[in-house]
Design a protein around this ligand. Structure first.
Ligand code: SF4
Length: 342
């Protein structure tokens, strides 16, 4: 069982101490005996301990920076939401295929923002622009926001903020089961709580440092019982010996755990495994022992964003994935909605 995250090293940016959450977090870490260093800005963090890139990468992933979010212009987050709400960047997990490896490059530490009121004010303004249309905000574009929330309760406050809005909805996805503190949040049905789910072989081999399949399934059952609209992102769908049986087992376990109310307002998103050439280079550097299959010759090449081509499964394999997993979802969860396969 993966324990809730505790940083090995904490940095604090000067402005962060002007906020109550900044002060609270610093005293919490000092009480625990964790080293707290001051930094003028997260961009100045250069002297992380470690003898080589491999070690420094691991230390960085267990380093927490307490900062102030200055850019209050939100990125867009199509198609599942209009905007990305910035609460945290970076993640303590070690999923071999994580997109953050390429987007965060040499700065993979976790940065949490303490100026929540500023972020909420910006969120209100975005909602006002579109009202009476609903505006959806995604909280996990640059992190696994649940992984650090037992320490900060930032996500919990955000869920409660959206609970009071008329035209806003929140969504996020997690691979962590440390959700106890979120169960009593006054969500008012305005947050879709999604779990990233995969077959047991894939989670065990490629998602180091995250909660097990069983822990995620149990957590999902409790989240549904707390009245949250629930969702699963099956991602990345990865073909390996026995994948059909393993995915079937996963759906069986889910079906057995969710109560009938949890099965009603349920969504599934399906994302096949893909990689780019730059991502392959980074994965091989950060996880040199990985068993992840990254052979371009076995894949189909597809144009990606920013002109960087990606390698996806062949058309025939994609059809097989869609048919097999689509059938399982229809059989086990006839009332659920499949949002997309990509
Ligand atoms: Fe990346 Fe998500 Fe894994 Fe964290 S849990 S390392 S964000 S894939």
């Amino acid at each position: 069982m993966v324990k809730p995250f505790i940083p090995q090293l904490v940095y604090v940016e000067p402005g962060a101490l002007e906020y109550p959450l900044g002060k609270e977090l610093i005293s919490k870490f000092e009480e625990k005996g964790i080293e707290v260093r001051e930094t003028t800005s997260h961009n100045q963090i250069r002297n992380l301990p470690g003898d080589n890139d491999f070690q420094r990468y691991r230390i960085a992933k267990s380093t927490l920076v307490i900062g102030v979010r200055k850019t209050l212009k939100f990125d867009t987050s199509k198609p599942s939401a209009e905007y990305a709400i910035p609460l945290v960047t970076g993640c303590m997990g070690h999923c071999h295929y994580c997109y953050l490896q390429t987007t965060m490059g040499s700065k993979p530490y976790i940065r949490t923002y303490v100026n929540l009121e500023d972020i909420f004010e910006a969120t209100e303004n975005y909602m006002k622009e579109r009202a009476p249309e609903i505006t959806r905000f995604e909280a996990s574009c640059t992190s696994d926001v649940v992984g650090v929330d037992h320490l900060t309760h930032t996500l919990k406050k955000t869920i409660e903020f959206f609970g009071k809005t008329e035209y806003g909805k929140l969504r996020f996805v997690t691979k962590f089961a440390h959700i106890d503190h979120l169960l009593d949040a006054k969500h008012n049905g305005r947050t879709r709580f999604r779990f990233s789910m995969n077959d047991d072989y894939i989670i065990k081999n490629f998602e180091n440092g995250t909660s097990s399949q069983e822990e995620r399934i149990m957590a999902a059952g409790r989240v549904a019982d707390a009245g949250y609209p629930l969702g699963f992102i099956i991602a990345p769908i990865y073909l390996h010996d026995g994948w059909k049986e393993q995915y079937k087992e996963m759906f069986e376990k889910l079906e057995a755990t969710l109560s009938s109310s949890g099965k009603k307002d349920l969504t599934f998103e399906m994302i096949q495994h893909r990689f780019t050439k730059p991502a392959k280079r980074v994965i091989e550097k950060n996880y040199p022992m990985t068993k992840l299959e990254l052979d371009e010759s076995k894949r189909k090449w597809k144009w990606g964003k920013y002109g960087i081509g990606k390698f996806v499964y062949t058309d025939q394999e994609q059809e097989e994935i869609k048919d097999t997993l689509g059938r399982y979802i229809n059989d086990y969860f006839p009332e659920a909605k499949i949002e997309y396969f990509t």
